[in-house]
Ligand binder design. Sequence first.
Ligand code: FAD
Ligand code: NAP
Length: 340
Amino acid sequence: MRVLTEEPLLRYNTLALQGRARAFLQVRAAAELERALAWARRQQLPVIPLGEGSNVVLAGDIEALVLRMAITGIELLEEDDKQASLRVAAGEVWHPLVEWTLRRGYYGLENLALIPGTVGAAPVQNIGAYGVELASFVRAVHCVDIASGREHTLAGAACEFGYRDSIFKRSLRDQVIITAVDLQLQRKPALQVNYPALAAALAQQPAAAITPQAVFDAVVGIRRSKLPDPARIPNAGSFFKNPVVAAALAAELAARFPGLPQYPQADGQVKLAAAWLIEYCGWKGRCRGGFGVHPEHALVLVNRGGSSGADLLALAAEVAASVCDNFGIALEIEPRVYGA
Ligand code: FAD
Ligand code: NAP
């Protein structure tokens, strides 16, 4: 086990922010994870798991042992003519997993194509896109408790999945390392193609041509046309969550701001499009101190040659203050901020 000290994290986060980890280890096996957690306990260092760093903001140096989760492997647990269950190790990269499942004829993940990141991070955020959420496929999440090193398993129903939310962002925040995720996929396609952008992309195709592969291709096409590739323009995807507000406030806003998109939720609340609020405030395409609001997508903050997470957070605070002034809504940052 080779723990690195004062390791620069620039290449381990998709916003390309500077920041060092007091201690850093790539974890490639379960036994290595066990030793690393014991080492951190002896050093009295907190532990932070990291995948591809596509949903984090480094606001400074991290006084912790950062564990880059790189344990790989896909195991077929069960398969019949209706369903297939897989155990996928935390360090597998999400998009190649989606491709692999499609090749094997295991369906369901096609709308979640091209989401950056690792399998281990996917339940944390309950990744979602184009009308589908990971939660629908999670049978169990396997974890190791950071404080004790003990292994335990949560059933999908115990993960308290919500909109871009889970128990791993709440009561289990900073408590566990996810080592593997069990997914249950379908052998017969059950396509979800109602999401407007996806429906529009598939509108010209005859019904028989709308296969899981066609949905995957359409999602990849839409995402490539709209979202900046972090390898070229560093970013962390949506920087703010879409706010979910009470129906009465939504109705009041609808009267004041015709055109404000509103999406009623099952619980009676209403989701608003944060990108629309930000664009209304005139931020789309604007830059500040090396960072900017992407000109094609107002929800994505991009690195235009900056390096300091504090500068990025200053821009984010200005954007959020404008939205609050105009709409009375407090935007919440989606990525996890470290080193602040
Ligand atoms: P990291 O950024 O490394 O970590 C994120 C959080 O999870 C951190 O708090 C970290 O400590 C924790 N974590 C990581 N691994 C583990 C583990 N093994 N055990 C416990 N905790 C862990 N998200 C969506 O939901 N939908 C999208 O459509 C989407 N599109 C995106 C597009 C772009 C261009 C980008 C850059 C991001 C996008 N995201 C999207 C956000 C991001 O891809 C997801 O949140 C992804 O799951 C993060 O994976 P990661 O491995 O990079 O996690
Ligand atoms: P979009 O299609 O431009 O729509 C804008 C927003 O409106 C989305 O955030 C979406 O909410 C919401 N929306 C649109 N149609 C909806 C409907 N019929 N029902 C409910 N909500 C609806 O979105 P986009 O920004 O290009 O993103 C496309 C998809 O990829 C979205 O699902 C988005 O969440 C996901 N994505 C996520 C990230 C991230 O980092 N989290 C980054 C890029 C893309 P939802 O977000 O709830 O879907």
